[in-house]
Ligand binder design. Structure first.
Ligand SMILES: C[S@@+](CC[C@H](N)C(=O)[O-])C[C@H]1O[C@@H](n2cnc3c(N)ncnc32)[C@H](O)[C@@H]1O
Length: 278
């Protein structure tokens, strides 16, 4: 199995706390994603592709919504979390309408002109070859199919009534290093431009979440900082004592802060003249 280099993807899929980091991320973003998928009309029988599925909550929602007559292809570089039976006693891969596939979206094709819906959240913003990845997803859409990308603008992260500079040194250090590993802090804006350039009929909107210290959502940011900690201190950006204090601030229910803005971009692939689409 290939490994992912730091230049390609900033997080380590085999880190001991990566499953918890992914699940707490789902706790922040899933409600808004499901609401938007509902509005898009995802329904029984749809053929869907979930790319970079992580811990699989969106893929589960799609499998449930599309039902036994649907088809959901679920991909990631690391599929262990998607196929292992977890605390529920069943795994996504047990569902007949689901196929879990190890797949590298940077280099491997999908079946052409197949899917009614392709979704990827917090994936494209990490990949240096974004335009190629989006072109590959567009090829996999059937005419009239929807490409739904969700990536962030990180400029709002940790904005708080607490103080003007609440955790801003931590944000600047962590996101500065992520940028060196290929992450784009304005990834959601880039998605919009890429879908327009691909000739899709495109709309976009943003959402942010208020996070309370000590919550599951706050835990996600604590795990992000734990993961980035040694890189931040080795680079001399922030010292250990400051990181300890930041972790305490994130654990304190008296603190509230704003998440990144999640930009949801939806593009419809044109239907050639004379053809009919769903
Ligand atoms: C930040 S996580 C987001 C997970 C999930 N989409 C979510 O929002 O809950 C990014 C995911 O993309 C996967 N990934 C990274 N590079 C990839 C690639 N080149 N091809 C497929 N998946 C990739 C990672 O393994 C990870 O599961």
């Amino acid at each position: 199995m290939s490994t992912i280099s730091e230049q390609d993807y900033v997080f380590n899929p085999t880190w001991v706390k990566e499953t918890e980091r992914l699940r707490t991320n789902e706790a922040i973003w899933d409600p808004g994603t499901f609401e938007r998928m509902d509005r898009l009309g995802v329904a029984a029988g749809w053929r869907c592709l979930e790319v970079g599925a992580g811990s699989g909550s969106v893929a589960c929602w799609l499998a449930d919504r599309t039902g036994p007559t649907g088809r959901v292809l679920v991909t990631d570089l690391e599929t262990r979390r998607l196929v292992e039976r977890q605390e529920t006693g069943w795994s996504l891969a047990d569902l007949p309408q689901v196929e879990v596939r190890r797949h590298d979206v940077r280099t491997e094709e999908f079946p052409a002109e197949t899917f009614d819906l392709i979704h990827a959240r917090m994936l494209v913003q990490h990949l240096p070859d974004r335009a190629d990845v989006v072109a590959r997803m567009v090829r996999a859409l059937r005419p009239g199919g929807l490409l739904f990308l969700e990536d962030t603008d990180s400029s709002t992260l940790f904005r708080s009534s607490h103080s003007e500079d609440f955790l801003q040194d931590i944000r600047a250090a962590g996101y500065g290093l992520m940028r060196q590993s290929g992450h784009d802090p304005r990834g959601g804006h880039v998605d919009l431009q890429l879908l327009l350039a691909a000739g899709l009929e495109t709309t976009a909107e943003g959402r942010a979440v208020m996070v309370r210290g000590g919550s599951d959502q706050a835990r996600h940011y604590m795990l992000w900082l734990e993961f980035m900690r040694s890189r931040i201190t080795t680079a001399g950006l922030v010292d250990d004592a400051r990181i300890e204090l930041a972790l305490e601030e994130m654990a304190d229910p008296a603190n509230h802060w704003l998440s990144q803005v999640m930009i949801s971009t939806v593009g419809r692939k044109p239907v050639p003249e004379g053809d009919s689409a769903r």
